[in-house]
Design a protein around this ligand. Structure first.
Ligand code: NAD
Length: 363
């Protein structure tokens, strides 16, 4: 069995908590190098996880290391440059979200992947999650009738509060990042994963917590000014044909009891239980109103994975490797990511102009 050589770019929270530990369970992958602009962190992480090589930047990594797949888990603002360099060097790529900050940048990355004949997979992972797949199946089967509304809950209490952090989280609150790019991307990806490309977007937003305090790790107690970008959003989408959607997203919910996704149709409702999760959810619940068979009620929860199998974020890598080996499209297409970035980029204009605006991309 061929083992594909993987390098990780960006040794922060997501790399250390998710990808490096989970990669051991991806049998066709072998982590050969870690890399970070902060070379000391790359070295520390290499030692901590017994990774053979470490590097201090993308140029050094590409120049000195032999590998097949790059996982870009660096800060949001760094993704476009890293991704372009990796694709041009002929590396298959999985990039953390958002993969770029504009539609044009994503198109540039898609073209670079085509030119180099490499596979390109774009976070977030929602499209290949078993629970999202189950919801798509239920909608496509017609079990809930014509879809009339999608509701998504994609908020938490902020990166300085919600997750353990040893790297300074100040960058999350600066232009190029922010709640919309960090969390809105999840909500919009989930909504479009179940309903396909939207036609129009509107949005209401506020700066609700202009100062924050880091609550864990090496920067515990540090005050962060968070008044440059909104941290609290209500996004509305229109798919046409009587189907609309609403997504709450941001950094202003310390806790919540709202389920992450609910789809309403003319004959029922389907819900993914629990708060936003990227891996294994709490199950899918279906309400069916079918007078023909005299059924009206909830069925819960529907099994979405085999009993002995847990879905993890790093399965994006298994999906990418399968696409490379079978020469097929990845399950997480950059075209879907481009549509999400189209929505992300249109939202600030919709807020400023206080109106609903058209979208120009599909997937
Ligand atoms: N999918 C998810 O659930 C999820 C969750 C959290 C974060 N993320 C995403 O993962 C990425 C990283 O987030 P994080 O929470 O790990 O952040 P982090 O701040 O903990 O780590 C980011 C790391 O990238 C490094 N870095 C910055 N610029 C770089 C460059 N030019 N070259 C190499 N390294 C560079 C930093 O030094 C830091 O070590 C972001 O895109 C974020 O949106 C995804």
């Amino acid at each position: 069995m061929k083992k594909w050589k993987v390098a990780i770019m960006g040794c922060g929270m997501i790399a250390q908590e998710i990808y490096i530990p989970q990669m051991r369970r991806i049998e066709k992958a072998e982590l050969v190098a870690v890399c970070d602009i902060n070379a000391d962190r790359a070295k520390e992480v290499a030692e901590k996880f017994h990774v053979p090589q470490w590097y201090g930047g993308i140029d050094e990594l590409l120049g000195k290391c032999e590998f097949d797949i790059l996982m870009d888990t660096a800060s949001i603002q760094a993704h476009h440059e890293i991704n372009m360099k990796a694709l041009r060097a002929g590396k298959h790529l999985y990039s953390q979200k958002p993969i770029a900050l504009t539609v044009e940048e994503v198109t540039e990355q898609i073209e670079a992947a085509k030119a180099a004949n490499v596979k390109f997979s774009a976070s977030p992972i929602h499209m290949i999650r078993p629970d999202i797949q189950k919801v798509r199946e239920i909608i496509q089967s017609g079990a809930i009738g014509k879809v009339t509304m999608v509701r998504v809950h994609a908020s938490h209490g902020g990166p300085e509060y919600f997750q353990f952090r040893d790297a300074d989280p100040s960058w999350f609150f600066k232009p190029g990042a922010g709640a919309l790019y960090d969390m809105g991307v999840h909500g919009i990806t989930m909504a479009t994963a179940v309903m396909g490309p939207a036609k129009e977007v509107g949005c209401m937003a506020a700066i609700s917590e202009p100062e924050r305090t880091v609550r864990s790790g090496a920067f515990d107690g540090k005050k962060i000014k968070s008044d440059m970008l909104p941290d609290n959003y209500l996004i509305t989408l229109d798919w046409g044909d009587g189907c609309i959607g609403i997504i709450d997203t941001g950094f202003c919910q310390k806790a919540s009891t709202v389920n992450m996704l609910e789809v309403y149709g003319t004959h029922g409702t389907v819900t993914i239980l629990g708060e936003l999760t990227i891996g294994q959810g709490e199950g899918v619940r279906l309400y069916v109103d079918d007078p023909a068979i005299k059924v009206r009620g909830w069925m819960d929860p529907l099994p979405v994975t085999e009993p002995d199998r847990e879905f993890e974020q790093c399965e994006c890598l298994a999906d990418l490797i399968e696409a490379i080996e079978q020469d097929t499209q990845t399950g997480l297409t950059p075209e879907h990511a481009r549509h999400v970035i189209d929505i992300l980029c249109t939202i600030p204009k919709a807020i400023e102009e206080k109106r609903i605006l058209p979208l120009h991309t599909e997937f």
